[in-house]
Unconditional design. Structure first.
Length: 266
């Protein structure tokens, strides 16, 4: 088999269960800068499905020099032949799959994250980038407003910084993205994998139900609830939901009263 044939038979999405409550989903189209064709979007949705109930934290990463270059615009209109799967694998719907997933999703950005690739950073719950990463929205150069990447950035970073990315089409590196709050941290590329794994395992120490409902609250406030009293009321509601579904709170309080250190404390 030629190297080209071998590459053609490789799956577009790789899923690895790494243990300790952590799984990794890898975009595997390095020659296309991990542009998301239909097969990749289907693979991503199915990988997310497989992670439900099996993992607490998902690392999203890209194979090769790119994290993700967004939707593969060269592919054109294609269908899986399954109307429901087609609906779930539209690019906007894929973002909702990530946003509504019970696991905490961490974007691990090692290279180019362009257009829809930057959307993935913003829809992920946490993001860690290589200092050398290159993040941008080239859509204005095609006479377009970035339909998903623009709103995603505008909801996540300050208005002037979002406007800069939308209107200039210029890319920012990982260090700038960290300063702007687009990612949580930027580290040298050779330390990215270890840093992301450490963060993932740290988060995965906590109760799965608590993480799932904390994620719901982080999306709800201030995205849907911005008034103080209503936000506090929702916080109490979330605490009640966690207590009803998990014994972790009662067990944790018992350990605390017995003098044990909380796992979240340094």
């Amino acid at each position: 088999m030629s190297s080209a044939d071998q590459h053609a038979t490789e799956p577009e999405i790789l899923l690895d269960h790494l243990g300790n409550g952590v799984s990794q989903i890898t975009f595997n189209r390095p020659r296309q800068r991990n542009a998301m064709n239909l097969a990749a979007r289907v693979g991503l949705v199915k990988a997310l499905d497989e992670c439900r109930g099996k993992t607490k934290v998902i690392l999203l990463t890209g194979n090769g020099p790119a994290f993700c270059a967004g939707v593969d615009l060269k592919e054109g209109q294609v269908s899986t032949g399954d109307a429901e799967l087609d609906k779930r694998t539209e690019w906007a719907a894929v973002q909702e799959e990530i946003r509504n997933h019970p696991a905490i999703v961490i974007a691990v950005v090692g290279g180019f994250a362009l257009g829809g690739g930057s959307t993935l950073i913003n829809v992920s719950d946490l993001a860690i980038a290589a200092q050398e990463a290159s993040i941008g929205m080239p859509e204005i150069g095609f006479g377009l407003y970035p339909t998903l990447a623009g709103p995603a950035a505008q909801l996540r970073i300050s208005p002037k910084r979002a406007a800069w990315m939308v209107l200039t089409g210029e890319r920012i590196d990982g260090a700038t993205a960290a300063r702007w709050g687009l990612v949580n941290a930027a580290v040298p590329l050779d330390k990215l994998e270890a840093e992301a794994r450490a963060v993932a395992e740290g988060v995965a120490r906590f109760d799965a139900t608590a993480l799932e409902w904390a994620k719901k609250a982080l999306w709800k406030i201030p995205g849907e609830i911005s008034e103080w009293t209503a936000a506090i009321a929702f916080g109490h509601e979330v605490a009640g939901e966690i207590s009803a579904r998990s014994t972790a709170l009662a067990e944790g309080l018992g350990r605390f009263r017995a003098g044990e250190r909380n796992p979240g404390q340094g």
